[in-house]
Write a protein that binds this ligand. Structure first.
Ligand SMILES: C/C=C/C(=O)SCCNC(=O)CCNC(=O)[C@H](O)C(C)(C)COP(=O)(O)OP(=O)(O)OC[C@H]1O[C@@H](n2cnc3c(N)ncnc32)[C@H](O)[C@@H]1OP(=O)(O)O
Ligand SMILES: NC(=O)C1=CN([C@@H]2O[C@H](COP(=O)(O)OP(=O)(O)OC[C@H]3O[C@@H](n4cnc5c(N)ncnc54)[C@H](OP(=O)(O)O)[C@@H]3O)[C@@H](O)[C@H]2O)C=CC1
Length: 445
């Protein structure tokens, strides 16, 4: 691995030098173990501790197949899907690997007693498999996390609809929280050249998801002037949704849970901010009963902030806790677009407010290749910025996942894989200088 890192760091290395480097037999990777899937049985979700289930192991380099690439991972990031994997909720991800393993002989490689997790990376292509022409060894890349087979017609208008659609590093093995990752070559995109490795690795999954969910015609199709209610507006998804709303001429109404998070949203340029903690909303009276009076109080507060207007688009992901309120506060004809259910997936809402007011609920999941590419292009152009707050070493990934699980983080949390320190990998210093304040907005808060 040292030779690989030296070659990547040397300004004199050519693509041929990188291609000629021998691959190691094994690499360090963040894993969960199949024989530990019951380790948290009987515990409450919040008490399941990723630091106990996440391991740093030496694992063999997987065989490279057609249409695939092996990438030296300089940096990655923690996504909430890795939290789900590490607490084995709502399902153990080993079931996904077993199911994938049944697809083909090649896919069988993924069905192992350990799962290398992680759905983001920035790094350098080491090897490409047969049939890969667009990428070569030495290319500096980021990878999005959409893995598809595309053998069925279903996915050919929108690759997210492929019946064999999977999230790399969650529903497949050989993910990005590791020194080497295996990806399909159509996951690769150019690394934004004004960013360091860890900054470039931060946006991928959440930026692409927020793009589809909010901006794309496959999602809410946001337009200028829309009032967009953004839950968790300084979190992983929300910090990109807020930027998309502002950059697209919409009016974000940002919900957060502390004055510090409110300040971050203000720094991004948002003006309408609700501190759900300070204002004490209790949408549920008890575990089974919602309180419509609280939905109304929340809607009234939104009207105060918008000059009397209601919400055109709700950017939903907390799920059970907020969904009833989200449906209520949406304007007639408006849209609730949801990609997750962090607080519980059995939602309950008063359907009268949906049908009588002709509202729509749209399910959204990650992004197709084109959407991921467009989202990455906006990062590369300096129109949308990474929201990296803190960076951990590969050894400390368990702690990083714990922070995300306990909502102790801001924006995105990065992980250095092969990169020995922060700040490396910047190629365009002039462009970086233009955007430095925005790039650093979330750092160390
Ligand atoms: C990019 C980042 C993203 C995120 O972070 S997302 C957040 C993390 N992700 C999650 O929390 C999701 C985790 N995944 C899951 O929980 C499960 O993955 C799903 C619930 C999404 C799907 O589960 P499945 O295993 O596919 O489904 P089933 O509940 O086991 O049921 C499948 C059985 O139901 C049959 N079926 C499906 N549709 C129909 C239908 N319309 N009518 C009748 N039967 C149907 C199938 O055939 C099959 O059957 P048979 O069990 O016999 O094989
Ligand atoms: N389907 C898909 O493609 C994707 C799904 N996801 C899923 O989306 C969810 C969020 O991911 P991500 O944004 O990265 O996570 P983060 O933890 O980074 O951010 C989520 C934010 O939501 C807010 N939040 C959490 N719980 C509640 C609650 N009960 N009520 C109101 N607000 C709440 C918090 O903000 P605050 O405390 O400030 O209000 C938190 O910062 C996860 O479940 C993840 O798995 C993520 C990416 C893609």
């Amino acid at each position: 691995m040292k030779d690989i890192l030296d070659a990547i760091q040397s300004p004199d290395s050519t693509p041929a030098d990188i291609a000629a480097l021998p691959l190691p037999e094994s690499y360090r990777a963040i894993t969960v173990h199949k024989d530990e899937t019951e380790m948290f049985a009987g515990l409450e979700t919040r008490d399941k501790d990723p630091r106990k289930s996440i391991h740093l192991d030496d694992v063999p380099v997987p065989e490279l197949g057609p249409g695939e690439a092996l990438v030296a991972v300089m940096a990655s990031s923690v996504n909430y899907n890795s939290v789900w994997t590490s607490i084995f909720e709502p399902l153990s991800t080993f079931g996904f690997l077993e199911r994938y393993g049944r697809v083909s002989d090649l896919a069988k490689r993924h069905d192992l007693p350990y799962h290398v997790i992680g759905s983001d990376l920035a790094g350098v292509v080491l090897r490409t498999g047969p049939g890969v022409n667009a990428w070569q060894a030495g290319d500096e890349v980021v990878a999005h996390c959409l893995s598809v087979e595309l053998e069925s017609s279903d996915g050919h208008n929108d690759t997210m609809l492929d019946p064999e659609q999977r999230i790399w590093g969650f529903e497949t093995n050989f993910g990005g929280l590791a020194e080497i990752a295996l990806v399909k070559s159509n996951q690769l995109m150019p690394k934004p050249d004004h960013l360091s490795w860890e900054e470039a690795a931060a946006p991928g999954l959440v930026n692409s998801t927020a793009y589809r969910q909010l901006v794309s015609r496959n999602g809410a199709g946001m337009k200028q002037g829309d009032n967009v209610l953004i839950w968790g507006a300084s979190g992983g998804l929300g910090s990109y949704a807020t930027q998309f709303a502002l950059a697209g001429g919409a009016n974000p109404i940002c919900v957060v849970s502390s004055p510090q998070k409110a300040e971050i949203c203000r720094a991004m340029g948002a003006e309408a901010i609700i501190d759900r903690n300070a204002e004490g909303y209790r949408f549920w009276k008890d575990e089974n009963t919602q309180d419509p009076k609280e939905w109304k109080r929340f809607g009234k507060r939104i009207r105060e902030l918008t000059g009397g207007e209601d919400i055109d688009i709700v950017f939903e992901h907390p799920g059970r806790e907020t969904f009833g309120a989200s449906v209520f506060v949406t304007r007639k004809g408006g849209t609730i677009t949801t990609c997750a259910s962090t607080s519980g997936y059995m939602h309950e809402y008063d359907n009268r407010y949906l049908w009588m007011s002709l509202k729509r609920i749209i399910g959204s999941h990650f992004a197709n290749y084109r959407e991921a590419w467009e989202a990455n292009r906006l990062i590369a152009k300096g129109r949308i910025h990474p929201t990296l707050s803190k960076v951990y070493s590969l050894e400390d990934t368990g702690q990083a996942a714990y922070d995300v699980h306990r909502n102790l983080h801001q924006g995105k949390v990065g992980v250095l894989c092969l990169a020995p320190e922060e700040g490396a990998g910047v190629r365009d210093r002039e462009k970086r200088a233009q955007h430095l304040d925005a790039i650093n907005r979330f750092r160390n808060i």
